[in-house]
Design a protein around this ligand. Sequence first.
Ligand SMILES: Cc1ncc(COP(=O)(O)O)c(C=O)c1O
Length: 402
Amino acid sequence: MSTDPVDPGVSAPTGNHSATRAITAGRRGSGRSLAPPIWASSTWSSTGLDDTHQRATAMRDTEFYSRYGNPTVAAFEDAIADLEGAEAALAFASGMGAVAATVLALCSSGDHIVAQRDLYGGTLAFLDNTARRLGIETTYIDATVPDAFSDAVRPGRTTLVMAETPSNPLLGIIDLDRLGAIRGPFTMVDSTFATPLGQNPLAHGVDLVLHSATKGIAGHNDATLGVIAGEAELIDTIWASAVLHGAVASPYDALNGLRGIRSLNARLAHQTAAAQIIAEALEAHRSITAVHYPGLMSHPGHELAAAQMRHFGTVLSCRVAGGRDLVAAIFERLELCRPATSLGGPETLVTHPATSANVAMDPAQRDAVGITEDLVRISVGLEDPADIIADLIGALNAAQEK
Ligand SMILES: Cc1ncc(COP(=O)(O)O)c(C=O)c1O
């Protein structure tokens, strides 16, 4: 643990608003430096065998060996814990590192998981392959049915309930209060689309919140990073298992995560407002058969999202009349928006989930959850929304005329 005091001039008063805490949080070890220092070291020298023994057996020591803990990574974890209202957070090499470490720490052979059917494609692939191979069974539920999660819990066998809200790529909204009321298994929410400034699942009684910080948190498409937050004892348990899997966060990525947190509120203000404008413009176009965005009145989860989220998010998806061929033709004609997998960065990205994040799914399984060939996901960036709309609609109209 670093003994470097936090400069009181920098950190106090902290303020209660999350936008303010995004600026003051995670200053551990920064001293008077406003930018976080980077501790690139993989190891620390010891003053003797007793010191080595103490650090090697301590929980999450940040000055022993970087797989166990690192001061820059710890500062990022502090910031996430602060913003999520958690006792502790733990960072990983990616969002999938966080998913895998959590499942492997909390579930053993013979255990049972309840998961919503429309989780992120990588999480589904992990449950259907690695977890299944290890004898961990998953029951998938339709998260639009009230109490579907709790009804599927098998007392004594279910160890983990996994949800994602808003969900990727269909922007489904889960009732966090209902999820948090489940007793017995641990409950976990992938809150990547909301970011810690958009909602706080732990405040609803959920045990763990997870983020792919690769996305909005780091926010510049230059880091691959994951994080979970919850009670300290639970986070320590996951750390004790994860330290042996080794999917630890790099201090360089943690530094980019911290930088992203500082500007997150301002980026979200622009990107969520732009997403709303773009969603409304697409909804009005005759060749768009559906728009999935919780900010739209037409979204079935609109009221729930308005009640439990601070904003409706930076990502939307839509369905294009004309299916895969028209989607391909639109992507070829885009000049500003870029076809790429990821979200939450400064550039507007368009993605065809059926050929990217959800490609590993069986086509029938994809169809069953609504990830069909006509679906396009749009991550709204920091450009002017008028330019994004002109590019999207221009490409759509030109593709139809070909
Ligand atoms: C909702 C969600 N969770 C988890 C992940 C996995 O994160 P990563 O790509 O950082 O491993 C992603 C990636 O797209 C995601 O969208």
